[in-house]
Design a protein around this ligand. Structure first.
Ligand code: NAD
Length: 355
């Protein structure tokens, strides 16, 4: 692995570490590469997309376009890496995972081959990005849902397609530790949002989709919004800064069991729209599409375990993270700074304040 010229890196708590970020061209991977570089790590970022389509391209990293479903590509990617973060998956919001179950499940090739390659390369530690979609559907049947505890994944009845792949891959991580001694860490991400994520094209999730729709209504003067479902389903949403903090804290820890990484601030979809309308300074007529993909009735993160083991939990208020996200999407769609709610700093828009 080589450093790019002029990186000025080498300081920081990870300056002795060579790190692979699989999925480095995606939302969370892109932020993670930036954070690891800032902490002094030598980073190789790998994604199936051509570099021109990466959400963030960090010149101080070694950036490779490779299909990690292929074992030989995983071997090339993992060679000489002390740490491997697997953030690569073919995924998206409900609109994508309900209609692309095979594509989601084929991500099993990425994690399986990356585990094999990491074991053979002598990787010291491996991180897998699992999901709250592993949880048993029966535990998520009402909007007033009890927060999900780690043990609620069993007996297994995860989200069809995407959730089954995540649950299987979690177990692969567990058995690579038990059978081969590869140190694995597994975080179950609950919805993550923030700047530099997908906001259009069919893979976007609720926070970015709602920000985009509100901005489009504002720009077009057509003051109505289409909402998937009846707006009463509940979720929690975690800002990217909290997610990054949690990933590194879990990787640094000795927590070998899958652990929730999510906010416990529960909100209805209507409540999410309320917040974005407030940020935008607009009220919209709401049209509810009851035929659209909606997912489970309610989902929240029980953070007892992470608080107990790390003395920390995600805590950035939804309103704060959404304003930064709204401003970034506004800048992408309309260019220039946004007039509404002037609290977020312009450094977010330039990406200079990497979380
Ligand atoms: P993302 O789609 O932005 O990033 C995933 C990246 O993986 C993409 O850039 C994609 O091109 C890449 N990829 C897909 N197939 C690949 C392949 N064969 N080889 C190499 N790269 C490939 O998604 P994200 O939001 O950054 O999610 C990262 C991880 O976190 C995923 O494993 C996802 O399942 C998990 N997760 C995310 C959320 C969330 O709310 N964002 C929630 C739960 C779990």
């Amino acid at each position: 692995m080589q450093r790019q010229e002029g990186s000025g890196l080498g300081q920081g708590r990870y300056s002795d570490r060579r790190v692979l970020v699989a999925g480095g061209g995606g939302f969370i991977g892109g932020w993670l590469v930036g954070r690891l570089l800032a902490e002094g790590a030598t980073v190789r970022a790998v994604d199936i997309k051509p570099a021109s389509e990466w959400f963030q391209l960090h010149e101080d990293a070694e950036n490779l376009s490779l299909d990690l479903r292929d074992l030989a590509n995983c071997q090339a990617a993992a060679s000489s890496a002390d740490w491997v973060f697997n953030l690569a998956a073919d995924m998206g919001g409900m609109g994508f995972i309900e209609t692309h179950k095979c594509d989601c499940m084929l991500s099993v090739l990425i994690n399986t081959h990356l585990l094999v390659a990491s074991r053979d390369a002598g990787t010291k530690r491996y991180f897998y990005s699992s999901s709250a979609c592993v949880y048993n559907a029966d535990k998520q049947a009402t909007a007033a849902v009890a927060p999900l505890r780690e043990e609620d994944a069993y007996p297994a009845m995860p989200e069809d397609g995407y959730g089954w792949e995540k649950l299987f891959s979690e177990r692969m991580c567990r058995h690579f530790w038990e059978d081969y001694g590869l140190e694995t860490r597994v975080a179950r991400f609950h919805n993550v949002y923030g700047p530099h994520g997908t906001y259009e094209g069919g893979r976007e999730k609720a926070p970015a989709a709602i920000c985009r729709k509100v901005i489009e209504a504002k720009l077009s003067g057509n003051h109505s919004i289409e909402i998937w479902g009846d707006g009463t389903r509940t979720r929690s949403f975690q800002y990217i800064d909290d997610c990054l903090h949690g990933i590194l804290a879990i990787m640094d820890s000795d927590i070998r069991q899958p652990i929730n990484l999510g906010s416990s601030e529960l909100v209805t979809i209507n409540g999410l729209v309320d917040i974005v309308e407030r940020i935008a300074g607009i009220r919209l007529e709401r049209r509810y599409d009851l035929t659209a993909p909606q997912g489970v009735m309610g989902r929240n993160s029980d953070n007892t375990l992470i608080k107990q083991l790390l003395g920390w939990e995600p805590s950035i208020p939804l309103e704060v993270g959404l304003e930064k996200t709204y401003r970034w999407i506004w800048n992408e769609l309309a260019g220039g700074d946004v007039a509404a709610g002037a609290r977020a700093s312009s450094s977010i828009i330039t990406g200079a304040s990497a979380p």
